[in-house]
Design a protein around this ligand. Sequence first.
Ligand SMILES: *[C@@H]1O[C@H](CO)[C@@H](O)[C@H](O)[C@H]1NC(C)=O
Ligand SMILES: *[C@@H]1O[C@H](CO)[C@@H](O)[C@H](O)[C@H]1NC(C)=O
Length: 391
Amino acid sequence: MPSNRLPMATSSFFFPLLLLLLTFSDLFVQTRSLNFGINYGQMADNLPSPSRVAALIKSLNVTKIKLYDSDPNVLSAFSNSDVEFIIGVRNEDLPSLRDPSKAQSWVQQHVQPYISQTKITCIAVGNEVFDYNLSQLTVNLLPAMQSMYNALVNLGLAQQVTVTSAHSYKILASSFPPSSGAFRQDLIQYIQPILSFHSQIKSPFLINAYPFFAYKDNPDQISLNYVLFQPNSGSIDPITNLHYDNMLFAQIDAVYAAIKRLGHTDIEVKISETGWPSKGDPDEVGATPQNAETYNSNLLRKIEQKQGTPANPSVPIDIFVFALFNENLKPGPVSERNYGLYYPDGNPVYNIGLQGYLPEMSFDSKSNVLSFNLVVYIFTFLLFTWELSRQ
Ligand SMILES: *[C@@H]1O[C@H](CO)[C@@H](O)[C@H](O)[C@H]1NC(C)=O
Ligand SMILES: *[C@@H]1O[C@H](CO)[C@@H](O)[C@H](O)[C@H]1NC(C)=O
């Protein structure tokens, strides 16, 4: 049947050519710089090597990565790349790092050897420290941050690298309406001086915010469209008259309000983690690939549009998506192991319009990513030609 229609295929050669050109222009549109960050967590025993991950990140054109430690293999794999790093100090290291000489050794060991090749811009001292309610962590957080900063100053690195800490959203006692945002009363004694420190060294306040948690606890009360950045009527903050149509922006403004309540309007809030799980336990309502895809693709769109929140419209939200990979060794409910945009084998968990490619082995990534794409597009072109020839 196909053979006697061959002339037709030749006559419509122009059409697939057009498709090919359109596809190529699409390729160019997609290789823009994505001004969002991604959390590269490694609580897994099946992740690809850091050099392969570096190729994946480059193919995604992601420009910022947050680590939970200072893995030397990762920092080396990203040498001579444009990717900026937030590296992490583990919670258990806080008590010792309040000691200025230990902080100085830490920076000498974890920052100095890499910084000429890898853009380390920030050290997050501790993660969600206040959630543990352990005095050896809470009382040592600020002293450790100060010692780390002083070490950076001593080593001449304080212009390049700043110091902060990532907090959980649970440090807020009140968050809705956003103007009522307030920190927990029992934490103010710690947070107040931390804010003064941020203000003094001009570093951002980091918060991990998950509208998913609010939704799964209250699926009957909270609109799914509101948490997924889908069209909805939203609500008006009665104090400020500002209109909120998504929960994440309301949460960010609640943090700004809580900071302002303690006297600061000079500290930028950044989202060190947000995301949505693609899978969960039966009682984790909303943890589906569809919702995760909707959440993350709408979020990326807002980041690309450089949107600010209603209370700070001129400050584009700075966000680190959680996470790059599903991490099979994370404890807790099923959702904890299913926040990744990618499976460890490099396949996307769902499609959010990012063109990523994990190479088989480490090699010069850029040219190979391009040639891989070329093969895909030529194949597509041939397929169209063949399809048309069958009509
Ligand atoms: C990444 O984005 C930048 C800025 O848009 C662009 O110049 C660069 O070519 C992109 N790189 C890749 C590998 O797509
Ligand atoms: C933290 O622990 C102390 C006892 O060490 C307890 O009194 C307090 O209620 C705890 N706070 C929270 C928020 O759980």
